[in-house]
Design a protein around this ligand. Structure first.
Ligand SMILES: NC(=O)c1ccc[n+]([C@@H]2O[C@H](COP(=O)([O-])OP(=O)(O)OC[C@H]3O[C@@H](n4cnc5c(N)ncnc54)[C@H](O)[C@@H]3O)[C@@H](O)[C@H]2O)c1
Length: 459
């Protein structure tokens, strides 16, 4: 996955470019099914019906990927907190040319069957959209994921859900409980930790798990880059023609509020932490670390840190050293590196013996785009009536790994996995409505309180 390189004030263009770039970066000639065969399917009742919850950048991309699979798939319902987001997503999905988004010519508009009465706006739209579908795509900010995932599974739906799966421990536990129910009901769940659907990673991790470089003694994982968009309060107030309520503002600028985002250690670095756990085939038992905000300060940036450095410890005593930083002008590195007792994994796809001999060098230039593979495989399983994918448990534990790291850097103390995952501390609002108070509020100057290591309580 390509890091997003530039700070942008708005999301549309940046995300579009990101989806396109990531298709190209993964060698990803995206497969567009022939429009003829797509048309042959769309009129039947046997279409797999999809509801999209969260119609932003990733939701638009994921819906498109679902509609681009070889299966007979129709989008039948859409839900978003904001009408403008829903409308812009609908316009993209029904465009004559989707090449800006998909990296290939074509259109999926005939597969978009969303009448006006199946477009739902507000906090409870998911309750109305889910019953209309066989498969639910969950692509809101992660704070809502436990609520939406629990409801989709309760209603017996297959799910594609983006990561992270939650922003606090009570949310992780809710997801784990729903994951158990999904298994009992044999509902396929794919989580957008797309490296698991990327051949170079699958082969690399498999070789390491088979002992190609011996025991893994040290892991280094990185998500260091410039950062992401910021959505200014003034811009959305102007569009609305009135001041935003605090809830509206935080929902627009969600990246910078923990209840919605979980901090960037959760929102982005989860990918690399997940790879670290995957290679070790384990989750950490404790973590300690440090972090803060030096560059990304000011009232536009809510409460999250701009850097974290965490030392995770596994049960076998090995360590995973994790760096994530959002600071423009600094070294950009998004990758994973492993040191084994008999060799070295300097980057994805490459393994080197202790004597310096290359034992693996994987060329991924012809590989398919993992974002598309996730949907191809999920919808193939559903179309064949097979139960194949149960990613939710790992998705929840990967999320917990990143929350554990946040707890470590916010507190400046050693935090044990068991204490962290059993924490009752909820960071979510008590109520969801446009005039309800979010859990963190600005002071008179518009500044939000941030964690202070040594003082902040995280459990
Ligand atoms: N796997 C990946 O590589 C990848 C890439 C990008 C984003 N993501 C994930 O996708 C998710 C969405 O990110 P994005 O970049 O699309 O953000 P975005 O801001 O572009 O879209 C989020 C959308 O959800 C809507 N929303 C918020 N709360 C809602 C609610 N309660 N009900 C319905 N809609 C709601 C917002 O209005 C917005 O339209 C995040 O979890 C992010 O981590 C994953």
């Amino acid at each position: 996955m390509m890091p997003m390189k530039k700070l942008k004030k708005t999301q549309g263009f940046n995300r579009r470019k990101f989806v396109k770039t990531s298709a190209i970066a993964t060698g990803g000639a995206l497969f567009i099914p022939s429009l003829l065969s797509a048309k042959a399917h769309v009129d039947g009742d046997d279409a797999i019906k999809v509801a999209l919850i969260g119609c932003g950048g990733r939701g638009t991309g994921a819906a498109m990927q679902a509609l681009l699979t070889q299966q007979n798939v129709n989008l039948v319902a859409m839900a978003d907190a904001f009408r403008d987001q829903l409308d812009s997503c609908y316009a993209t999905l029904t465009a004559d040319d989707i090449s800006d988004w998909s990296g290939a010519e074509g259109s999926v508009k005939e597969r978009v069957r969303v009448p006006e009465e199946h477009k739902f706006v507000g906090f409870d739209g998911y309750l109305k959209a889910i019953p209309l579908a066989d498969v639910v795509i969950l692509t809101t900010p992660p704070g809502f994921r436990p609520i939406h995932f629990e409801e989709a599974i309760r209603q017996g739906k297959h799910v594609f859900t983006e990561k992270p799966m939650a922003t606090d421990a009570p949310g992780v536990r809710k997801v784990l409980a729903a994951a158990e129910e999904a298994k009992k009901k044999k509902l396929n769940v794919v989580v957008g930790l797309q490296r698991h659907y990327q051949t170079i990673y699958r082969e690399w991790v498999e070789r390491m798990q088979a002992g190609a470089i011996g025991d893994i003694v040290t892991s280094h994982v990185y998500w260091n880059n410039d950062g992401v968009w910021v959505r200014a309060r003034e811009e959305f107030s102007q569009k609305a023609g009135r001041p935003l309520t605090e809830m509206e503002y935080q929902m627009r600028n969600w990246y910078y509020f923990n209840w919605l985002c979980g901090d960037h250690i959760c929102e982005q670095h989860i990918h690399n932490l997940d790879v670290g756990n995957w290679v070790k085939n384990a989750y950490p038992v404790r973590a300690q670390g440090m972090g803060g905000r030096q560059v990304r300060v000011g009232k536009d940036f809510g409460e999250i840190f701009d850097h974290h450095f965490i030392e995770y410890e596994y049960e076998d005593g090995s360590r995973m050293f994790s760096q994530c930083r959002h600071q423009p002008g600094t070294m950009s590195r998004v990758t994973e590196v492993f040191q084994g007792s008999r060799g070295f994994a300097p980057r994805p796809g490459v393994l080197v013996s202790r004597s310096g001999q290359e034992i693996m060098k994987y060329d991924d230039r012809q590989d398919p785009n993992p974002y598309q593979v996730e949907h191809d495989q999920l919808f193939d399983a559903i179309a064949k009536g097979e139960y194949r994918y149960h990613d939710a448990e790992n998705g929840a534990h990967a999320t917990m790994t990143s929350i554990l790291g946040r707890m470590a850097s916010y507190s400046g103390n050693i935090v044990e996995w068991e204490a962290a995952i059993n924490s009752e501390l909820s960071i979510m609002p008590a109520k969801f409505s446009w005039d309800a108070q979010p859990p963190v509020l600005p002071d008179k100057e518009g500044m939000y309180p941030c964690a202070v290591p040594g003082k902040t309580k995280v459990l």
